[in-house]
Design a protein around this ligand. Structure first.
Ligand SMILES: CCCCCCCC(=O)SCCNC(=O)CCNC(=O)[C@H](O)C(C)(C)COP(=O)(O)OP(=O)(O)OC[C@H]1O[C@@H](n2cnc3c(N)ncnc32)[C@H](O)[C@@H]1OP(=O)(O)O
Length: 178
């Protein structure tokens, strides 16, 4: 369903509809929302964001990063920003890129049995345009730990060009910390 939703999102972002088609599409989307509403649950029980086996943790907001290689301290994957993430002139929105970094850096930070951590800072440099509808490579490194602090770096590549890079600090949560 989320795959279909992502396709809908990209398609809806890219069209310019006549009014009658927009009206009919709205009715269909409202009908679909009505179909799902009886299944609303508490946020601790919802599937979105809590289903690691499904792409993007089943979280519809996240750009889907496919992991190609990973070990304890390094992850390489690929991501394609669809039309939904367009900022302008063929480039991904500047907010979508930190979103992708936060998710994939967080995933490596929390991997291999490391306790849960939360992002304290995420600094992103936009080095070149990040094109939409192009398969991009993302590399993440877990560089070091100092007590509860975990320092990670990441870069996003279009071919050999670094389009963005990031440094992040994740802090291990204390027992019982929310
Ligand atoms: C698979 C799942 C992947 C998911 C990935 C997504 C991850 C996220 O996006 S999490 C959501 C975004 N982040 C947040 O909402 C965090 C909000 N902030 C907080 O909850 C807290 O400030 C938190 C937990 C980060 C730190 O608070 P706390 O536990 O009280 O630690 P605190 O004592 O302040 O700091 C610990 C150390 O880190 C340092 N530190 C904390 N924040 C920062 C910062 N922004 N910059 C630099 N250093 C910092 C402190 O100076 C301190 O250092 P030292 O031990 O040397 O004195």
């Amino acid at each position: 369903m989320l795959d279909a939703l992502r396709v809908l999102r990209d398609t809806a972002s890219g069209v310019d509809l006549p009014a009658d088609v927009a009206r009919n599409a709205s009715l269909d989307i409202e009908r679909l929302s009505g179909l799902l509403k009886p299944y609303l649950v508490a946020d601790t029980l919802q599937a979105a964001g809590r289903t690691p086996g499904i792409g993007g943790r089943a979280h519809a907001l996240l750009p889907m990063v496919h992991v190609d290689e990973a070990d304890d301290n390094r992850l390489v994957g690929h991501v394609t920003f669809g039309r939904y993430y367009l900022g302008g002139f063929g480039a991904a929105h500047g907010g979508a890129i930190p979103l992708m970094f936060d998710e994939i850096m967080g995933r490596l930070s929390n991997a291999v049995g490391r306790p849960m951590a939360r992002t304290a800072y995420l600094n992103v440099n936009f080095r070149a345009i990040t094109p939409i509808d192009v398969r991009l490579r993302v590399e993440v490194r877990h560089d070091r730990e100092e007590g509860r602090k975990r320092f990670l770096t990441a870069a996003l590549y279009d071919g050999e060009t670094v389009t963005a890079d990031a440094t992040a600090l994740f802090i291990t949560l204390k027992p019982g910390q929310r």
